[in-house]
Design a protein. Structure first.
Length: 309
């Protein structure tokens, strides 16, 4: 496939404007032709109130990128797949694990690509870390993913509502990285969830995982941290320590800073989406969301101070 893929965006908010629109504009494989958003408009393309109206009015549309909050992901994705469009899902790919499997089956039935994207996996240090860790003996993993919720999610109510994930909205980025770089599968053993008295979702969480060999994997997520965020993963091995920081943009191995190139997470996501469409395939890995679901299943909840935005 050499011609451009006609694409539409649904949910024109923070991430659509910060990342998706520039990434699509800079990609030779895609041409943005429409937007679907209740309140926002994209200059220079046709705009609709919702995905259904966009699908009905744009027969030339071939793909949609879904950037609204996760609670509405399933209904938008189902409509697009049933109309025969390729679909890219922002992270997290759904509000439940099982709904994403239903979408994967629907994509297959309709001969469409479904791409459950994990932008943090496209940070420049991730593939280098994965390659270095392959075959190493790992003795401990420590994840610290801490930031100020008021800085990163000002006024966003959906993050506190069921399906919005609370602190797991950023924490799932760390989980998407460790599920990619660690050579063995791991599972949750226990968790503590710290939930504001007036909210549904946790503002902080401590998670203890293990792999089949008993390797301790600890993750601490906290939204009450700042002003500088701390997004780091440290993997201790028998051959030295791997230190991934700044969300995957900085990598040090055994004390040596690695030259990993610049950040291009979203351009790389659209490269991948284009490749999947071109090869008639899908990429749907729910493992980061599965770990969050396990934390909600196993975690002990502790009530903490009310959160007011
Ligand atoms: P946002 O700005 O709050 O929401 C995006 C847009 O979705 C809103 O502006 C709204 O546009 C639409 N929307 C909101 N609620 C809706 C509903 N109930 N039904 C239909 N449309 C609705 O959120 P965001 O920060 O862009 O995050 C969106 C997704 O991207 C989340 O899954 C998040 O995890 C992911 N993400 C965010 C960031 C970030 O830095 N913010 C980074 C990476 C990934 P209209 O009112 O015009 O419909």
């Amino acid at each position: 496939m050499t011609e451009q893929v006609a694409i539409g965006i649904a949910g024109v908010g923070k991430i659509a404007r910060d990342q998706h629109l520039p990434a699509i504009a800079g990609h030779s494989g895609f041409k943005l032709i429409a937007g679907a958003s209740r309140n926002a408009r994209i200059d220079g393309v046709h705009n609709y109130q919702n995905v259904e109206d966009m699908l009905a009015a744009e027969p030339l549309l071939q793909a949609v990128s879904l950037c609204a909050p996760p609670q509405v992901r399933f209904s938008q994705a189902r409509a697009a797949l049933e109309a025969g469009k390729h679909v890219m899902l922002e992270k997290p790919p759904g509000a439940s694990v099982t709904e994403v499997s239903v979408l994967a089956a629907l994509a297959q039935q309709n001969h469409c690509t479904l791409f459950a994207s994990w932008h943090s996996r496209h940070a420049p240090g991730v593939d280098v870390a994965r390659a270095w860790l392959a075959g190493k003996t790992i003795t401990a993993v420590n994840v610290l993913w801490k930031e100020d919720v008021r800085r990163w999610h000002p006024g966003q109510e959906w993050i506190w509502q069921p399906g919005g994930l609370g602190v797991f909205d950023p924490g799932i980025n760390a989980l998407s990285i460790i599920t990619r770089i660690l050579p063995h599968a791991f599972f949750l053993k226990s968790a503590e969830l710290f939930v504001p008295a007036n909210r549904h979702n946790p503002i902080a969480a401590n998670l203890d995982f293990s792999d089949a060999l008993g390797t301790p994997i600890r993750a601490e997520f906290d939204w009450r941290f700042g002003p500088q965020e701390l997004w780091q993963i440290e993997v201790t091995t028998r051959d030295g320590i791997l230190h991934l920081a700044q969300g995957g943009k900085f990598l040090k191995i055994d004390g040596e800073v690695q030259d990993i190139g610049g950040e291009r997470e979203y351009p790389s996501l659209y490269d991948r989406f284009f490749e999947l469409i071109s090869t008639g395939s899908s990429d749907v890995d729910v493992s980061p969301l599965q770990h969050v679901a396990d934390a909600m299943l196993l975690g002990s909840r502790h009530e903490v101070e009310k959160f007011e935005d």
